[in-house]
Design a protein around this ligand. Structure first.
Ligand SMILES: Cc1ncc(COP(=O)(O)O)c(C=O)c1O
Length: 374
């Protein structure tokens, strides 16, 4: 009997551009001194290593965040909080300026400009294509299948895969529609592309789904990377904080591609508070309200004479197929409510964010008042 051939585990570093794999990253002053705060006799340290101002600027908030000092590039306390939140190791987390920075980082790191490509599945989040264009990376579009509930066309993605295609990026839940992709199909893609390409699952709206994160499957799929954001469920869109979750060695390499100080001191301070036990509990309660309001809005909007379809959504938004997107937007605006025309994704589509109960009242009142005039 012959022994089965030894299976070598795929090393995701092999897919990085050689220049990134071999990069000697910049060593920042604060990166080198991270964790130091007193000398051996317990005296506080005097920081004369980074050409900063010794004084904080005017304003209590700036002073409380030590805004005159460069922050730790990947502050350990925040990293550990996020690791706990997402159920992974701290070394598997890379914090970024919003999750929007991640497609840019990944395309620059895996795709040789003008040569290596990205596969996207529209309707999808528009920013991926823009970052591919900035990097002059060819994009192959494999549309979701409207005849199968806007599922992934796994056969077309795999059958058409070419050697220069390094990344597949999939928002899950989908944006702009809001539905979850089929787990079996995602697994087929991860298996079918193992050794060949990285699969990026963008979980910007995961907290609203009630389903487990793909981060729990990282150990099974070395070519999986997961994007998370603090912008939605944790109310930090204005602070700009996202996280890439991936293989720890890959995270260490990608950290060297980011700017020397990617996170601002105020961002770090507000995020630590938002992720404190009290902050997490508040976010949990608010999420429950939004999920309830999503149901309420979906049911009410389905009754509107100009709404043809309310797409089933697991996120904090609803996509509507309307008879006329511009007219629908005008009706919202007549009540002071700003929705988003997504006709670029699907003809006459309008996306509405699920707001607070009072904000949703305003939307429904505006629509009720104009129901006969569209
Ligand atoms: C699917 C998806 N991914 C990522 C983002 C970016 O979020 P942020 O950069 O605020 O983390 C958004 C924002 O709307 C989104 O819809």
């Amino acid at each position: 009997m012959t022994n089965p051939a030894p299976t070598t585990r795929f090393d995701p570093l092999a897919l990085l551009r050689p220049a990134i794999r071999d990069l000697v990253p910049f060593s920042s002053a604060r990166g080198e001194s991270a964790g130091l705060n007193a000398n051996s006799s317990g005296q506080p340290l005097v920081w004369l290593d980074a050409n900063e101002s010794p004084w904080p600027p005017y304003g209590d908030f700036a002073a409380s965040c030590h805004s005159n000092r460069y922050p730790d590039p990947q502050p350990q306390a925040l990293r550990e909080q996020l690791a706990k939140l997402y159920g992974v190791g701290a070394d598997q987390i890379l914090m970024t300026r919003g999750s929007e920075e991640i497609p840019d980082l990944l395309i620059r790191s895996f795709c040789q400009s003008g040569q290596d490509g990205v596969v996207l599945c529209p309707p999808t989040f528009a920013i991926y294509q823009i970052h591919a264009a900035i990097n002059a990376s060819p994009v192959r579009m494999v549309r979701l299948r409207p005849d199968h509930g806007y599922d992934l066309d796994v056969d077309a993605i795999l059958a058409g895969w070419q050697a220069h295609e390094k990344l597949l990026i999939i928002p899950n839940p989908n944006a702009p529609m809001g539905h979850l992709m089929n787990n079996g199909q995602l697994t087929r893609l991860l298996d079918g592309l193992s050794q060949r390409a990285m699969v990026v699952i963008d979980e910007a709206y995961q907290e609203f789904t009630g389903q487990p994160s793909w981060a729990a499957r990282l150990a099974d799929h070395p070519n999986l990377m997961v994007m998370r954001t603090l912008s939605k469920s944790y109310g930090l869109a204005g602070a700009r904080l996202g996280a890439l979750i991936a293989d720890a060695r890959l995270i260490a390499k990608l950290a060297g591609v980011l700017p020397a100080y990617p996170l601002s001191a105020p961002t770090i301070a507000v995020a630590l508070e938002a992720l404190s036990p009290a902050g997490l509990e508040l976010a949990r309660q608010r999420r429950a309200v939004l999920v309830e309001q999503r149901q309420r809005l979906a049911a009410a909007l389905a009754q509107d004479p100009a709404v043809l379809t309310v797409f089933p959504s697991c996120g904090n938004f609803l996509l509507l197929h309307t008879t006329d997107a511009s007219a629908f937007m005008a009706r919202c605006q007549s009540g002071g409510v700003i929705a988003r025309n997504r006709s670029a994704d699907l003809p006459n589509a309008v996306r509405v964010t699920v707001g607070s109960p009072e904000e949703n009242d305003r939307l429904l009142q505006a629509l009720a008042k104009t129901a006969n005039s569209f």
